[in-house]
Design a protein around this ligand. Structure first.
Ligand code: SF4
Ligand code: SF4
Ligand code: SF4
Length: 280
């Protein structure tokens, strides 16, 4: 599928983890731009020092922290987790109401108005990215949008703009060329691998690292594009989960519908009341 398309201009992140200082400017910029709620966190909870500990319904990008021993010294490494904006996104392929869309520019965006809450996207995503708003009465799915609204205005994503050292942003081919240049110029500095070049058929987020990616917590993902296989894979998801997903989807759809009707009724009543007041 991707072979037939020209992806060279897809907007792409090159994240060089050897240059990441763990300042979390990207995390803060993302929160600010997307007006995400703060979340109550616990320091030293879970692996590493990251805070918050993982992506969540309130956190679209998070710096993961790893410490390790190298030549007898304790070293640190950081990993910016976010949606990979896959070339052939599994989330898009499984969504029964087309709430996920792969834009021509590259970012994979999500239309909350269409979502019925089935959460198939969460099962299908090989990177575990979409999160569910468990804290909300009317939960939806949330994930990084690639700052599509900014891109449409000719800006770069808020996290890329805020990053002082590690993120380079541009056309996919240009980012691949730049990654290869760094691997060639400093072969001892990096693992000889660009994560995202082929994973899940290729992504619009590429990483360079000094450490093996699995040691940093990266998932070992197939190189094949997933959409053709996603529904087949979903067959292996326990039936109870699918049934539960379907039931939740139906309940969510009903709740959305009831809410819509309630709002429309309130608007009509308010309009009628104001017309009465206007009468002489
Ligand atoms: S990483 Fe997951 S959520 Fe993001 S585009 Fe790929 S399949 Fe979709
Ligand atoms: S691209 Fe935008 S939404 Fe995604 S992590 Fe960066 S700032 Fe957040
Ligand atoms: S802003 Fe850049 S250097 Fe700072 S934590 Fe994020 S990716 Fe790392």
């Amino acid at each position: 599928m991707s072979a037939a398309r020209d992806l060279s201009e897809q907007r792409t992140f090159l994240i060089d983890l050897t240059k990441c200082t763990g300042c979390r400017g990207c995390q803060v910029a993302c929160k600010q731009w997307n007006q995400m709620e703060a979340e109550k966190t616990t320091f030293f909870k879970g692996e590493g020092y990251q805070n918050p500990s993982a992506l969540s319904e309130h956190t679209l990008t998070a710096i993961q922290f790893r410490d390790y021993f190298h030549e007898g010294k304790n070293e640190f490494a950081f990993y910016k987790a976010m949606c990979m904006h896959c070339n052939d996104p599994a989330c898009v392929s499984v969504c029964p109401v087309s709430a996920f869309i792969k834009t021509p520019e590259g970012p994979v965006v999500y239309d909350a108005k269409r979502c019925i809450g089935c959460r198939f996207c969460m099962i299908a995503c090989p990177f575990g990215i979409p999160k569910y708003q468990w804290s909300k009465a009317l939960p939806l799915v949330v994930k990084c949008t690639g700052c599509y609204s900014r891109i449409k205005e000719g800006l770069i994503p808020a996290c890329a703009k805020a990053c002082p050292t590690a993120i380079t942003y541009g056309g996919r081919q240009e980012m691949i060329n730049e990654a290869n240049r760094r691997l060639t110029v400093r072969p001892g500095k990096y693992m000889n691998r660009i994560y995202g070049l082929e994973e899940a058929g290729g992504t619009s987020v590429l990483y360079l690292s000094a450490l093996p990616f699995n040691e940093l917590g990266f998932r070992n993902v197939t190189k094949r594009p997933l959409p053709s296989r996603t529904w087949a894979a979903l067959r292996f998801v326990p039936a109870a989960f699918i049934t539960m997903g379907g039931s939740l989807a139906f309940i969510s759809w009903l709740t959305h519908r009831k809410e819509k009707i309630r709002k429309e009724r309130e608007m009509i009543e308010a309009e009628q009341a104001s017309q009465k007041e206007d009468r002489p």
